[in-house]
Design a protein around this ligand. Structure first.
Ligand SMILES: Nc1ncnc2c1ncn2[C@@H]1O[C@H](COP(=O)(O)OP(=O)(O)OP(=O)(O)O)[C@@H](O)[C@H]1O
Length: 261
């Protein structure tokens, strides 16, 4: 299997704070990872490094065979899909849904009257249909519901056929139906052997889609536990990283957790 991400004693410091602390972590192309951890554990900082939006202060991070300390981020970033609320804020609210997806092929956040390749337009329409946005193609980004906007973030991030897909809380703040719809679509996507390696940050074990294989449990910027979901997402490990006694349940591959306070 091809290695797509490697953190070797990687640390990230900002304004005297240690956001990522001597992290060691490997991801291969066949794996789909969940990152879990308490608020401030460093999850988003790890995604920023994996997306080549940041460079480690010490140690090494290798993304798709490129060491971030020497890589050209402009060349590397289009190879990584990154779906997050902060990325989507860069898309103008008046952009149409279709344009918001097709511009991803050119690593631009806004369509400025460029002529797009028929091939890109066709791919954009396919991606829009796959993420149930086909009927909304001519609507403005502003008019979308939270659930539709989350699906648009994902559609945009996979438009370039990335070798690594990063998802930052793709189901945060959604109602039950919208959350389950996205989890089902992500599970279907993740279960396809030709899908890229995926790393998804979430706050809740209930939001782990089927088809995900591994979990990184973060504490104070480091990997407290990392490995296959079935053996790593245990009551003991989750209790340790969240600092409360938790019982984890596994119902046919979907997880839930309950604290004993
Ligand atoms: N630019 C910065 N300067 C200083 N400290 C920062 C900066 N950005 C983040 N931090 C701190 O680094 C820590 C890790 O932040 P990060 O956003 O990566 O955590 P997180 O696990 O994603 O948190 P959350 O679950 O709340 O989103 C936090 O304590 C945060 O306050």
């Amino acid at each position: 299997m091809v290695q797509v991400l490697s953190f070797n004693n990687a640390s990230l410091e900002r304004e005297g704070n240690t956001l990522v602390n001597n992290l060691n972590w490997l991801v291969t192309s066949d794996q789909r990872w969940i990152i879990l951890g308490a608020n401030g554990a460093g999850k988003t900082s790890v995604l920023d490094l994996a997306a080549a939006w940041d460079v480690p202060t010490s140690g090494h991070v290798t993304v798709l065979d490129e060491d971030l300390t020497s890589a050209d981020p402009e060349w590397l970033r289009p190879r990584v899909g990154f779906a997050s609320s902060s990325m989507s804020k860069r898309i103008p609210a008046t952009e149409t849904v279709e344009d918001a997806v097709v511009t991803a092929a050119y690593a631009a956040a806004e369509r400025r009257g460029e002529e797009y390749d028929e091939l890109d337009l066709r791919r954009a329409r396919r991606v829009l249909n796959e993420w149930r946005l086909g009927d909304l193609a001519n609507r403005t980004v502003l008019s979308l519901s939270e659930g539709e906007a989350k699906r648009l973030q994902i559609a945009r991030s996979i438009m370039t056929d990335p070798e690594l897909l990063l998802l930052d809380e793709p189901t945060a703040a959604l109602d039950l139906g919208s959350r389950e719809e996205i989890l089902q679509m992500l599970g279907f996507f993740a279960g396809n052997p030709s899908a890229p390696a995926i790393v998804m940050v979430t706050h809740h074990v209930e939001e782990i889609p089927l088809g995900f294989t591994h979990v990184l449990l973060m504490k104070n910027g480091s990997a407290a536990y990392a490995g296959p979901l079935a053996t790593t997402l245990t009551s003991e490990n989750l209790s340790d990283v969240f600092g409360v006694k938790v019982t984890v349940f596994n119902n046919a591959g979907r997880y839930s957790a309950q604290a004993t306070l």
